[in-house]
Design a protein around this ligand. Structure first.
Ligand code: AMP
Length: 191
């Protein structure tokens, strides 16, 4: 079993790359952003709770996100491994994930950060916003707020996973297939 965390600022290409990696390595892809958007679309209680945070580009509170993530893992008992996309985003989430996986005799094998400059990411997100309909991708100040959230709350996870010798960094600039090749080589090199 292999369990991966894909890390990176909004627009770094986590979702795009996770879609390739899940096929190559036979993993279940869990994107907390996608799960929240699904709940918003279906007007669930969880969706209503998450919406205002997402609209502003703020993180949804930890416990809400952790509960949702754990329920999703529990719904996939046959999985040969998971690719977590957009989770964990805070140290509390990372610690909760470690504790939760331990109860299932599972663990994170590697955390991989897709790195790209902010200005490139803003351009990518504004372009995506034109077709995705995502309001959080259509306004530069909301995008910059998501970067601030990342810098303040998510970037420190580099230290958390480095402490476990599980942190890897990959250049997220280039053609999609080049980046997939970089990630694939890295994952294949994990023991
Ligand atoms: P994403 O699709 O990963 O860019 O996430 C979109 C939005 O969903 C974020 O800006 C947050 O509001 C919310 N979100 C997604 N994942 C998390 C998480 N792990 N913790 C808190 N909020 C999250």
């Amino acid at each position: 079993m292999i369990n991966l965390v894909l890390f990176g600022k909004p627009g770094a290409g986590k979702g795009t790359q996770a879609a390739f990696l899940k096929t190559t390595f036979n993993l279940v892809h869990i994107s907390t952003g996608d799960l929240f958007r699904y709940n918003i679309k279906n007007e669930t209680k969880l969706g209503k709770l998450a919406q205002s945070y997402m609209d502003n580009g703020d993180l949804v509170p930890d416990q809400v996100t952790i509960d949702m993530l754990e329920a999703e893992v529990d719904q996939n008992p046959e999985a040969e491994g998971f690719i977590f996309d957009g989770f964990p985003r805070t140290e509390a989430q990372a610690a909760a994930l470690d504790t939760f996986l331990k109860t299932k005799s599972m663990h994170i094998n590697a955390t991989i950060a897709l790195e790209a400059d902010d200005d490139i990411l803003v351009q990518r997100l504004l372009e995506r916003g034109q077709t995705s309909g995502r309001t959080d991708d259509q306004d530069e100040s909301k995008i910059r707020n998501r970067f601030d959230e990342y810098n303040q709350k998510t970037a420190p996870l580099r230290i958390y996973y480095n402490g476990q010798n599980k942190f890897h960094s990959v250049n997220g600039i280039g053609a999609i297939e080049e980046i997939t090749a970089r990630l694939t080589a890295l994952i294949e090199s994990l023991n």
